[in-house]
Ligand binder design. Structure first.
Ligand code: HEM
Length: 248
């Protein structure tokens, strides 16, 4: 170990002084619930950062036609997505009348301005006109989102991997035993499900705190707008293959 590394301890390695100074409630006098509100958002953004990193690893593995590495990356992506969804429940303890006491201090800030969230959606594969309109709502899309849009959607990459291995998507569901490719494809579907679970838990949280009809600080119809996003799909072909077993 070098001398410089020996001097590193828990606080300096994790830069805790800087990190713990980043929660700055705006309410005055400070509302006792605003710290929780900030921390759930900040920690979600931290997990989004790791999620984006792991999605990059997944894309690299798919581009290299490396099924096992893609499978491992998908497993991690799925755990991270679950964590980020579950932490919304901390805000279920924020009653509506108490949020109303400090909501005015947030200005026009809204989760819909989260560049990382949009970058994750773009990386996963959203390209529909509604999504493209959403990312341009606050001016030019942020660099992270534009970079994500310039890559192939995950579904295209996984279908290319199947073609490379000369396996039909449908055939994965026919074989006598599950293959790594089957587990990968089902793992990606699981990612979609967990992401949609975040959307659902978030819309329920929004309804619980501001009600079904209150507009959002980002200018949308609030819960009404959000509930429509729950049915967005990253992997329409992975869903569609199921119907083949049941006819129309
Ligand atoms: C008191 C809790 C919360 C309320 C009342 C709330 C409310 C809203 C509302 C009304 C919207 C729609 C856009 C708008 O008009 O503002 C929205 C979008 C969004 N919020 Fe929240 N939110 C809360 C917590 C969170 C948390 C903890 C996160 C985590 C990062 C988050 C992330 C997002 C994201 C990413 C969007 C965009 C979703 C999309 O367009 O599909 N929100 N939120």
């Amino acid at each position: 170990m070098s001398e410089a590394h020996a001097a590193i301890d828990y606080g300096s390695y994790l830069r805790l002084d800087e990190m713990l100074a980043l929660q700055t409630p705006q309410s005055s006098p400070e509302h006792p619930d605003e710290l929780l509100f900030i921390v759930v958002h900040q920690s979600s953004e931290l997990w989004f950062k790791v999620l984006r990193h792991e999605l990059d690893a997944l894309i690299t593995a798919l581009e290299q036609f490396d099924t096992m590495r893609a499978l491992l990356a998908t497993q991690r992506v799925n755990v991270l997505t679950e964590i980020v969804a579950q932490q919304l429940s901390a805000l279920d303890t924020l009653p509506p009348q108490r949020f109303a006491q400090f909501r005015g201090y947030l200005g026009t800030s809204s989760g819909s301005q989260s560049a990382q969230f949009r970058a994750i959606e773009a990386t996963a594969g959203l390209r529909d006109p509604h999504f493209l309109a959403t990312i341009s709502e606050h001016g030019d899309p942020p660099e992270a989102v534009r970079a994500a849009l310039s890559r192939e959607p995950l579904q295209t990459l996984v279908l290319a991997l199947l073609a490379h291995d000369q396996v039909e998507l449908e055939a994965l569901y026919m074989g006598p035993a599950p293959t790594p490719m089957f587990l990968l494809v089902e793992g990606l579907l699981e990612f979609e499900q967990r992401f949609a679970r975040w959307r659902f838990l978030h819309v329920q949280l929004v309804e619980r705190i501001i009600g079904p009809l209150t507009g959002g600080s980002g200018g949308t119809l609030g819960a009404k707008y959000l509930s429509r996003t729950v049915s967005q799909r990253f992997f329409p072909e992975l869903w569609a293959v199921r119907t083949k077993f049941y006819g129309r």
